[in-house]
Design a protein around this ligand. Structure first.
Ligand code: PLP
Length: 366
């Protein structure tokens, strides 16, 4: 008997998400020791978690279930964001919140401004929601009219990212207000807000259809512990709390996130270093003359690959040398690469590798 006949009928049409791989898997694939890899492909914080955060996570009672009400964590996040605990819901990364919001709304159609983070489209399809991508305009600005007409045609959930991954630019206040006035739930993903841009949180009071999601993965260096959260008006938060998996934040992640907030003054020192490195990355890589940086408010820079070089080859040749960057095999990003801002030594390794691969990465037709 073939058990697949019991699967949902649309299973074969689901497009897999392309996740990034961890260091040990990459090291084995590339054939280099972990210590020689420069991981600039997933916008992680290469300074790692603060020592006090690591210590707090180690003290977790591993044999006791986490608090399904997330009492202390929600209070700590609320104090950080400047809202009430009843407006906050924590999850296993921001990804979990994206999923729970989709399960709460179950819209026939959801929409985003592309190119953007691929998880919205993946999780929408997993949840049986049709996903529409409205292409961004010149300079990767959001096409507000395009989004509005998709809402008129039945999309009741909008995902927007500010700063946007992978383009690095932010929504303007005017764009955001116009979008919040549409007849839809509006999710603004602020995974990178600690690195730049203006938060949408103050708009929640006037726009009860607005949900902001954030994460500890980027600024606090906790990507592996999986802690994210949403901020919304209390009614939405209560509904999300009601349908989330009860134990969706593990005990170590819960304590680590609280410690990161307690030690945020020190953690923000590394955020400052990353922002400075982002500017150096744009300047020094741009100075090579064949990669043009786009302005970024996040912890990465999108580069247009120019002068007859091929983005896929650049990523592949760098990878062979242990330097990981992100290449997207999709038409709207065909000749771009995204590079995360790491530590100064990471930029140094990247620059040396880029100089080495330059002659090897020309397009055949150039
Ligand atoms: C825009 C955006 N949202 C969410 C996430 C995922 O966050 P988390 O690690 O909290 O699931 C990422 C990670 O790359 C991202 O780029």
């Amino acid at each position: 008997m073939n058990p697949r006949r019991f699967f949902r009928p649309d299973f074969d049409d689901l497009e897999a998400y392309t996740p990034v791989k961890p260091l040990d898997v990459l090291a084995a694939e590339i054939g280099l020791p972990i210590g020689q890899l420069v991981k600039l492909d997933a916008n992680e914080n290469l300074y790692g978690a603060h020592p006090a955060v690591v210590e707090a996570a180690a003290k977790a009672d591993h044999h006791i279930y986490p608090d399904p009400g997330q009492t202390s964590l929600r209070a700590a996040i609320a104090e950080y964001v400047g809202v009430t605990p009843g407006q906050v819901v924590a999850g296993s990364g921001a990804d979990d919140l994206i999923d729970v919001i989709l399960r709460l709304a179950r819209p026939a159609i959801a929409v985003t401004a592309s190119p953007t983070f691929g998880m919205y489209s993946f999780l929408a399809k997993v949840n049986g929601t049709r996903f529409v991508e409205v292409p961004r305009l010149a300079g990767f600005q959001v096409d507000v009219r395009g989004l509005a007409s998709t809402v008129e045609r039945g999309a009741h959930l909008i995902f927007l990212t500010s700063p946007n991954n992978p383009t690095g630019n932010c929504l303007t206040r005017a764009e955001l207000e116009a979008i919040c006035n549409l007849e839809a739930l509006v999710v603004v993903d602020e995974a990178y807000i600690e690195f730049g841009g203006e938060s949408a949180v103050p708009l929640i009071a006037a726009h009860p259809n607005l949900i902001v999601i954030r994460t500890f993965s980027k600024w606090a260096g906790l990507a592996g512990l999986r802690v994210g959260y949403s901020v919304s008006e209390p009614g939405i938060a209560a509904a999300l709390m009601a349908i989330k998996q009860p134990y969706n934040v593990n005990v170590a992640g819960d304590l680590a996130a609280q410690a990161a907030l307690r030690h945020r003054a020190e953690v923000f020192e590394t955020v400052k270093c990353i922002v400075a490195e982002r500017e150096r990355l744009a300047r020094d890589v741009g100075a090579l003359g064949w990669l043009r940086p786009l302005p970024s408010e996040a912890n990465f820079v999108l580069f247009a690959v120019t002068e007859g070089h091929d983005a896929a080859r650049v990523a592949a040749e760098l990878r062979r040398r242990g330097v990981l960057i992100r290449y997207y095999n999709r038409p709207d990003l065909a000749n771009y690469v995204r590079i995360s801002a790491g530590r100064p030594e990471d930029t140094g390794r990247l620059l040396a590798a880029l100089r080495e691969v330059e002659p090897l990465t020309r397009r055949e037709d150039s």
